[in-house]
Write a new protein. Structure first.
Ligand SMILES: CC(C)(COP(=O)(O)OP(=O)(O)OC[C@H]1O[C@@H](n2cnc3c(N)ncnc32)[C@H](O)[C@@H]1OP(=O)(O)O)[C@@H](O)C(=O)NCCC(=O)NCCS
Length: 281
C-alpha cells in the first residue's frame, strides 16, 4: 500500500467513494476546490496501483480539518484507513497547525480517539424544505459584500476560509444572501448543490441570540423544490431550537465534532447557524 497525492484525474474515484457511502453533499466541485486550495493535503491510498481510499487535510492558518476519509469496501480492515488518517494528521502537524477538527461518524469515532482526538460536541444534521419568504432585510450578496462576509466568517469560524467563501460565491452566487441592518451586514448564508440536495452553509449571524429563519427562508426562494441539508453544532442553541421546532426539518443521525491539539483556537461557534464544511468549495 502506498499513499500518494490526489490528482485531477482522481476526482471521479473520489466522487465514486462518496456516492457509495451516500454522502449526498459531495460533488466534483468539492474535490476540485480541495485540489485548487492545497493539492499537498489531498491523499489517495493505492494498493497494487489501484486506488483504494481517499482523505483530505485542509490547512488554514492555525487550524486544520480532516475529512473525506473513505476506503472502498473490499479493502477495509487492512489498516488503509488508519494509514490515510495518520498521513493527513502528520501533514497538518508538520505545518504547526495547533488544532485539528473533524466531524466523525459514530462508527469511526474510536479510530479518531486512537489518534488523540476528543469529542467536543454533537454535530447535528437536519434536512427539509423550508417555506420561501422574502424579507426587506435580506438580499442577494454582491461582490462588494465579500470583504464583510469574510470578516464575519473569520470571527465565527476562527480562521481564514476566504478561499472557499469566494469560490462558493463565484460558483453559486444565486445561493449567497446577506442580511443587513442600518446598512451593515449582520449575517450571510451560502449553499451549494450536492446529489439531489442543496447543502447549506456556512450561515453566520452576528447576533448569537437570533435564529437563522430569515436567511434560511430567504435562501429557500432561490433553491426552489430542492431539499436543503444543514449541519449545526448542538451548542448553538437558538439555531438548534429553530430547526427542531420547525416541522419542515427532520433531524438525521448526528456525528461528533472532534478535535486534536490545543483548545480555544476556535471562533465564536454560536454565530455559526449552519457550519458549512471547514473545507468545501
Ligand atoms: C472509516 C474507514 C475509512 C476505516 O477504513 P479501514 O481501512 O477499514 O480502517 P483500518 O483497517 O485502518 O481500521 C481502523 C479501525 O477503525 C474501525 N472502524 C472505523 N470506522 C469504521 C466504520 N465506519 N465501520 C467499521 N469499522 C470502522 C475498524 O474496525 C478498525 O478498528 P481496530 O483498529 O480497532 O480494528 C472505513 O471503514 C470507511 O471507509 N468507512 C465508510 C466511510 C466512513 O465512515 N468514513 C469516516 C467518516 S467520519
Amino acid at each position: 500500500m502506498k499513499i500518494r497525492l490526489m490528482r485531477g484525474d482522481d476526482v471521479d474515484f473520489a466522487l465514486y467513494c462518496t456516492q457509495v457511502e451516500n454522502w449526498v453533499s459531495s460533488s466534483p466541485e468539492v474535490f476540485r476546490s480541495y485540489l485548487e486550495y492545497d493539492p499537498a493535503g489531498c491523499f489517495i491510498a493505492e494498493v497494487n496501483d489501484q486506488a483504494a481510499g481517499i482523505c483530505i487535510a485542509t490547512r488554514y492558518q492555525n487550524t486544520g480539518f480532516i475529512g473525506e476519509l473513505i476506503v472502498i469496501l473490499s479493502m477495509r480492515g487492512q489498516g488503509i484507513g488508519s494509514a490515510l488518517f495518520k498521513h493527513a494528521l502528520n501533514y497538518l502537524s508538520n505545518y504547526h497547525i495547533r488544532v485539528v477538527y473533524l466531524d466523525g461518524d459514530l462508527p469511526a469515532v474510536p479510530l479518531y480517539e486512537k489518534y488523540g482526538f476528543n469529542k467536543n460536541c454533537l454535530s447535528l444534521r437536519f434536512i427539509g424544505k423550508p417555506v420561501a419568504r422574502s424579507n426587506s432585510n435580506v438580499r442577494p450578496a454582491v461582490s462588494e459584500d465579500i470583504k464583510s462576509i469574510v470578516a464575519l466568517d473569520r470571527r465565527a469560524f476562527g480562521d481564514d476560509r476566504s478561499f472557499f467563501l469566494k469560490r462558493l460565491f463565484t460558483l453559486y452566487p444565486h445561493y449567497c444572501l446577506v442580511s443587513e441592518h442600518n446598512n451593515t451586514i449582520t449575517g450571510y448564508i451560502m449553499a451549494r448543490p450536492g446529489q439531489n440536495i442543496i447543502t447549506v452553509g456556512p450561515c453566520v449571524i452576528i447576533d448569537r441570540s437570533i435564529n437563522p429563519e430569515l436567511l434560511i427562508s430567504g435562501l429557500a426562494a432561490y433553491t426552489g423544490d430542492h431539499i436543503l441539508r444543514i449541519g449545526v453544532l448542538e451548542i448553538n442553541q437558538p439555531a438548534v431550537s429553530y430547526f427542531r421546532n420547525n416541522n419542515v426539518f427532520q433531524e438525521q443521525t448526528p456525528c461528533w465534532r472532534m478535535s486534536w491539539g490545543l483548545k480555544n483556537q476556535t471562533g465564536v461557534v454560536e454565530m455559526l447557524c449552519a457550519n458549512g464544511s471547514g473545507a468545501k468549495g
